[in-house]
Design a binder for this molecule. Structure first.
Ligand code: NAD
Length: 484
């Protein structure tokens, strides 16, 4: 059986022991993964440091950008390989991965290749009251070795979202993909080789979090910054781990995102948009809406329409073009989501649809499928309304005024995303500005421009990535003051 190895200093190398990579659609083992040792993490960090002293540290921005475009070309050339690997690891429907995950990986490299070329310097002509006359300009320099830790829900998309700007800024990277989805990070190593990225610039280490690859990387004194996407409590553990070596962190964490549907919305557009927002990727997108607030006059109609959408989803095999709801990532994650379905019953929710596990009568029963589920009737204090579930599930509650809707939407420790559905432009602007989140969509969801800031407030993260925000995070700023 195939073994997915670590990639250190331009070579694939085995680790100390292996763990299984499982296909969530039928529970079969598809590969074994080599868990990295602490000594090998040290080698990966040293290789990354060494690469900064070599060709990678000498080439200019123009050439760096050209090579990043070549990485994008190499991803596009291997599109089918990436697609098959991502689908086998995650169980996501081919219709989604072919449209979203793989194209976005290539786009991430192209966008940051172009942005770094266009990036200007901040400059001031300084005249002081006592005759000082100088030119100040701030130069972006590479930070050094970047540790990148990513989750399983959008493995290649989220990995390249960080690798591309880190390399665009001239850094080298050591990446730790999720133990659930190691395949595409390894394939990316091959694309890097094709594109002429020097050895040591891109390294991949496989393993788990605590006392394994993740922790070895975060506490390593040779790593200059950590960028992490994952659960909020993992972010807290990483903060502790980086503290002794005082590294900058960028955190994209969990969410419990709200949607507000006003009676004046375009009804069908809102239902279609929110069906995606709740069920896309089986609800395993940090931006998914798990709380929907609907103006009372259209509440029953909305609940009925979203129920129809949920019941029309097709939980087929991932490679079937008609499938639009895949399995959850793992048995363990399904246990977690089911525990919330049980809790919702204990909390006396009204079950509108779903609430259990489908019965297919074929091999999918060995996979980790779950029914798309809608609840109503819970108080705002219920745990199912407060905690991130990360499955194809939402709770819908009515509201009577703009103020009440805003207050309920903002009553969360998380602050990642919100969406607002209204035909009243003024209301759209007004309510959007009141949301305590990193991104608010009006009459759309998940529409992303990679030049815009992305990140969350509260438990949803620290900092922003995207566009110049990524360039700032992955660079050291050196202000130079020249006497004129
Ligand atoms: P997770 O936090 O369990 O794991 C993410 C990564 O961190 C994995 O590679 C894991 O091995 C590693 N890790 C775990 N413990 C660690 C430790 N102590 N030290 C270092 N590394 C450690 O998250 P997950 O279950 O893979 O992903 C789902 C979560 O990610 C959800 O909460 C979701 O909201 C969040 N997410 C956020 C965004 C965003 O942009 N805000 C995007 C996608 C997913």
């Amino acid at each position: 059986m195939k073994v997915i190895q670590n990639y250190i200093d331009g070579r694939f190398v085995p680790g100390k022991r292996e763990f299984a990579d499982i296909n969530p659609a039928n529970g079969t083992v598809i590969a074994h993964v080599s868990e990295v040792t602490e000594v090998q993490v040290d080698e990966a960090v040293n290789a990354a440091r060494g690469a900064l002293q070599g060709e990678w540290g000498r080439i200019g921005i123009r050439e760096r950008a050209a090579r990043l475009h070549r990485v994008a070309d190499a991803i596009e050339k291997r599109f089918d390989c990436f697609l098959q690997a991502e689908i086998a690891d995650t169980g996501k429907p081919v219709s989604l991965a072919a449209k979203l995950d793989i194209p976005r990986a290539a786009a991430n490299f192209r966008v940051f290749a172009d942005l770094i070329k266009m990036n200007g310097l901040e400059a001031f002509h300084t005249e002081t009251p006592h005759g000082g006359n100088a030119l100040n300009y701030a130069m972006l320099k590479p930070l050094g070795v970047i540790g990148i830790i990513t989750p399983w829900n959008l493995p290649l998309l989220l990995l390249t979202w960080k690798v591309a700007p880190a390399l665009a800024c001239g850094n080298s990277v050591v990446v730790k993909p999720s133990e659930e989805t190691p395949a595409t990070a390894a394939l990316l190593a091959e694309a890097m080789q094709d594109a002429g990225i020097p050895k040591g610039v891109y390294n991949v280490i496989h393993g788990f979090g605590p006392d394994s690859a993740g922790e070895f990387l975060t506490r390593h004194s040779g790593v200059n910054a950590i960028t992490f996407t994952g659960e909020s409590r993992t972010g807290a553990a990483i903060m502790k781990s980086v503290a002794p070596t005082v590294k900058p962190v960028s955190f994209e964490l969990g969410g419990k995102n709200a949607a507000i549907v006003f009676a004046d919305c375009e009804f069908d557009a809102a239902v279609n948009g929110l069906s995606d927002a709740v069920f896309l990727n089986t609800g395993q997108v940090c931006l998914c809406a798990e709380r929907i607030y609907v103006e009372r006059s259209i509440f029953d109609q909305f609940v009925e329409a979203l129920k129809k959408k949920a019941e029309n989803l097709n939980s087929g095999w991932p490679l079937d073009q008609e499938t639009n709801l895949g399995p959850l990532i793992s048995a363990q994650h399904r246990e977690k989501v089911i525990s919330y379905y049980k809790l919702a019953t204990e909390e006396r929710a009204t079950l509108i649809t779903g609430g259990g596990v489908p019965d297919f009568g074929d091999d999918r029963d060995n996979g980790f499928y779950i029914q798309p589920t809608i609840y109503t009737g819970l108080p705002e204090s219920a745990r199912c309304v407060k905690e991130e579930i990360f499955g194809p599930v939402c709770h819908i509650a009515p509201f009577d005024s703009d103020e009440e809707a805003v207050a309920m939407a903002n009553d969360s420790k998380y602050g990642l995303a919100a969406s607002i559905w209204t035909s009243n432009l003024k209301r759209g602007h007004r309510v959007a500005r009141q949301m305590n989140v990193g991104i608010t969509w009006v009459n759309c969801w998940f529409l992303r421009d990679l030049r815009t800031p992305f990140g969350g407030a509260g438990l949803s993260g620290i900092g922003r990535e995207g566009g110049r925000h990524s360039l700032n995070f992955y660079s050291e700023l050196n202000n130079i003051c020249i006497q004129l």
